[in-house]
Ligand binder design. Structure first.
Ligand code: DGI
Ligand code: FE
Ligand code: FE
Length: 194
């Protein structure tokens, strides 16, 4: 790791500690280190994984209306489902925007990993899958069905892990009144036979 990256990552960590609630900050640290471990296991760039992990929920402190206002101000498209569920869905898109505009991230793969960390998308890059999975399996995550098995398979097969997580997420969403984003469904269709 170059010294420049070390500085950037330590600085981002300190900024996130200030910006996020202590609970969200602990989750963020968990995601960052878990993404680093998955990058080690799967031969991805570790600094990118840590940066994506540290910034993935940077828009969460903003209220739904603030996220919508920010999107309108900066001409970011909002789908109907995102407008109805801004806190669950829009924070990913707004997070990618802030990662670039406020925190100076320029690497498109990191920005896309943040943008798609909630719904996923078909044909994800290795880094995109690593962030999506790290968000679900980090050590502080509250227990969900099959979590131990999903954690194990995450270090062996990223596509199979995507399929397991999406299956669980869709089953969970069907028990809530949260609307399913077509992107979540499309991502599941793409990975389900992995
Ligand atoms: O931000 P986090 O809580 O760490 O996690 P996240 O960004 O992965 O997801 C936030 C929530 O969004 C989580 O409860 C799952 C949910 N979610 C994922 N796909 C969809 C969704 N919610 C709705 N309404 N529709 C979806 O398609
Ligand atoms: Fe999130
Ligand atoms: Fe998260």
């Amino acid at each position: 790791m170059s010294d420049k990256h070390k500085t950037d990552i330590n600085e981002l960590r300190r900024i996130m500690e200030q910006e996020l609630s202590s609970k969200r900050y602990l989750h963020t640290l968990g995601v960052s280190y878990t993404a680093a471990c998955l990058a080690m296991a799967h031969g991805a760039d570790m600094e990118s994984a840590m940066t994506a992990g540290l910034l993935h929920d940077c828009a969460k402190p903003l209220k739904g209306e603030e996220q919508i206002a920010l999107c309108e101000k900066h001409q970011l498209d909002i789908s109907d489902v995102e407008r109805l569920n801004p806190s669950a869905l829009l924070h990913a898109k707004v997070g990618a925007y802030l990662a670039q505009s406020r925190y100076g991230v320029t690497v498109p793969d990191i920005l896309n990993a943040i943008k798609y960390h909630t719904t996923g998308r078909p044909k994800m890059s290795k880094l995109e899958k690593i962030l999506y999975i790290a968000d679900y399996i980090e050590p502080g995550r509250k227990h969900v069905a099959d979590l131990e098995q999903i954690r194990q398979v995450a270090y062996q097969d990223l596509d199979a892990t995507m399929a397991r997580i999406l299956e669980n997420t869709l089953a969970y969403l069907k028990t809530t009144d949260g609307q399913i984003d077509t992107m979540t469904e499309e991502t599941y269709q793409y990975y389900k036979h992995s």
